[in-house]
Design a protein around this ligand. Sequence first.
Ligand SMILES: C[S@@+](CC[C@H](N)C(=O)[O-])C[C@H]1O[C@@H](n2cnc3c(N)ncnc32)[C@H](O)[C@@H]1O
Length: 221
Amino acid sequence: MSSSNWKQYFDKKAEVHGASVKSSDYFDDESFFMQRDNTLRWLGESKGKVILDAGCGVGAFSEPLVKQNTVYGVDFSEKSLEFAAGRGLQTSADDLTALHFEAGKFDVVLCIGVIQLIEQYKSVIGELARVTKPGGTLLIQTLNKGSLQRKVLRLFEKSKKFDKMYAMDELKKVFEAHGFEQIQFLNIYHPFKFVTTGDGQGLFSNTLSTSFAIKGRKKID
Ligand SMILES: C[S@@+](CC[C@H](N)C(=O)[O-])C[C@H]1O[C@@H](n2cnc3c(N)ncnc32)[C@H](O)[C@@H]1O
């Protein structure tokens, strides 16, 4: 789908499902909480930080961070942003390919379940890297191209809704090219409720995880 179609798609979802995680296309609440709680635990403690939730949707993913941090939420679905604002995010309607924030503004940048929708993912990661502070963390979660389960499911899928998936080493190279170090992975094995962590080299995690998150620390010059 084109970018304007995705905007309409998520506006419509938010109109129908409101603040529910169904607006952000999660399989169900259980799957959402499993992914969110494991990912935020892996991110580590955040207190007094300036955080960007890029492609925040209705804001449910970063909601637990709002109490102790300043959380900005950007999305091009204005309808979704109404619910994100209700959850305490400081929202703005922006396209992730051209963020209006100054360089190095954020201690932590999260981008969860978004880049699989975006053809120009390299310019989006470039923007996310630009607004991450030196010493700060960028964390991106997306679909695993190496997943055997996804390969089989795609054979039977009627709508090719999610056009893109990513190999773990492919994103690692993009992170490195933007000056990130200490790169690590969190692997998720939907519908199972366990996760693994590592450096992205294991055959098990590369072929059996359905999604993964990658995080890195931006080098200080
Ligand atoms: C699958 S939802 C995930 C929402 C949220 N990150 C979460 O995990 O709950 C993807 C979100 O990305 C937004 N999005 C997709 N492409 C975008 C773009 N180019 N610029 C801004 N937002 C975009 C959509 O509007 C949608 O809200």
